[in-house]
Design a protein around this ligand. Structure first.
Ligand code: GLU
Length: 284
């Protein structure tokens, strides 16, 4: 493996909180400990939920904390055509299908699947005939592209999994998430595909992120196998929780970094509240 490249990839759907800062510090810690690079990527592909003011706030808050990154910030909304090209490749391989089920069914599936994931899609549109699909498309019906898990898995003739740093081999069971959404009319690509594509083009070889995204990793290693992209190692860290044991969320304004700042705290005060990130850096 070449130099270590890690990244922090927040979605600008709210203000960063302490948990984000801890995650970014850990990813940066791995890179710095190995003399590698730490990248920043804004995952703003879901136009309905992302806002420019949050993107600007992310840059400002990280800078305030002294959390510097290497090279330019990658902004996903500037690379839409690349994601469309990936979808076209998957379509040509016959591993995605158009799904016309209600927006409600597929809307939740575009962002990163954190927290309580919706139950897997039952696959109603998987068996639609070509004529039926053509008629619906001709009628201008909105649709989402879904991954046909069974067909995709059948195309990969090897064990599917990844190296989880500090743990070892982790077996991937992507079918547990069902036929996930990979693209939609109003959000040209979902988190699964955009993040996987970007980790490949940015040559990220260690993905450090919260354990809430562990299930998504199974789908991402499947996409890597299908599209011939390298597979990074992964380090899914525990999530920060509040006093009542609930995971921190962007809606919990009281832990937003900017509130600490507004209350007069210094970056050094905030860093003291973070877990001992340097002792969490294990390169096994
Ligand atoms: N953009 C995702 C989020 O904010 C995280 C992506 C990742 O680290 O893979 O939840």
């Amino acid at each position: 493996m070449g130099a270590l490249i890690t990244r922090f990839a927040p979605s600008p759907t709210g203000f960063l909180h302490l948990g984000h800062a801890a995650s970014a510090l850990l990813a940066r810690g791995y890179a710095r400990a190995a003399g590698g690079q730490f990248l920043l990527r804004l995952e703003d592909i879901d136009a309905g939920r992302c806002r420019a003011e949050f993107a600007a706030a992310i840059i400002e808050d990280l800078s305030w904390l002294g959390l510097d990154w290497d090279g330019p910030v990658r902004v996903q909304s500037a690379h839409v055509q690349d994601y469309r090209d990936c979808l076209a490749r998957l379509q040509a391989m016959g591993v995605i299908y158009p799904c016309f089920c209600s927006r409600r069914d597929s809307a939740a599936a575009v962002g990163a699947p954190q927290g309580d994931a919706p139950p897997p899609y039952p696959g109603r549109c998987r068996t639609l005939g070509a004529e039926d699909v053509a008629a619906r498309m001709a009628a201008g019906r909105a649709f989402a592209w879904r991954l046909d898990q069974a067909r995709a898995r059948a195309m990969v003739d090897r064990r599917l999994g990844w190296h989880e740093v500090g743990v070892g081999w982790a077996e991937a069971a992507p079918e547990r998430l069902g036929d996930v959404v990979l693209g939609r009319k109003d959000a040209p690509v979902s988190y699964f595909l955009a993040a996987t594509h970007d980790d490949a083009v940015q040559q990220v070889n260690l993905v450090v992120r919260g354990e809430d995204l562990r299930a998504a990793t199974a789908v991402q290693v499947l996409l890597q196998a299908l599209l011939g992209w390298p597979r990074p190692d992964y380090r899914h860290h525990a999530l920060m929780r509040d006093g009542a044991g609930r995971r921190l969320a962007k809606r919990d304004g009281d832990v937003a970094l900017r509130d600490w700042r507004a209350a007069g705290y210094l970056p050094s005060d905030v860093r003291k509240r973070l877990p001992e990130w340097h002792s969490m850096v294990t390169l096994a």
